[in-house]
Design a protein around this ligand. Structure first.
Ligand SMILES: [Zn+2]
Length: 139
């Protein structure tokens, strides 16, 4: 969505990451396609690694300019990100009025805004420290 004006007059910008006013949504109708595509990409990568074709697969998937010294977790992360770009719609919360601006389609400059029942900024897109920390711990 880059930079735009909220209906209240506040300028919303996505020039830095991460922001406590931003997030992404996978539409339920796209969820299966998103997970199928990402799972298939990861499975292809794992098969290429097992077959000894890791470097060739990375080159064919990401091109010549892609870094050659990344570990497998970084490759999988990039596969997830690629899937997100195709299926996630962005959501931004206005820090002034609390409106939620939901991107209509992935990559679209168009969004639809929603005003909260409770007036003002709600902080609904702030991180969830407890759950995020649980998820980052190895089993
Ligand atoms: Zn606003």
């Amino acid at each position: 969505m880059s930079k735009f004006k909220c209906l209240c007059g506040e300028t919303i910008s996505d020039t830095h990451y991460p922001r406590p006013t931003a997030g992404a949504i996978v539409k339920q109708m796209d969820e299966e396609k998103f997970y199928d595509r990402v799972s298939a990409s990861i499975a292809e990568f794992m098969s290429a690694v097992a077959a000894g074709h890791r470097d060739q697969w990375i080159k064919s998937r990401f091109g010549d300019q892609y870094p050659k010294d990344l570990d497998d977790a970084s490759i999988v992360s990039d596969l997830l990100t690629a899937g997100e770009l195709d299926f996630h719609v962005l959501i931004e919360e206005c820090e002034s009025c609390g409106r939620l601006h939901v991107q209509e389609l992935p990559g679209s400059p168009q969004s639809v805004s929603y005003v909260p029942d409770t007036k003002g900024y709600q902080g609904v897109l702030r991180g969830s420290p407890g759950r995020a920390e649980e998820g980052s711990k190895p089993p």
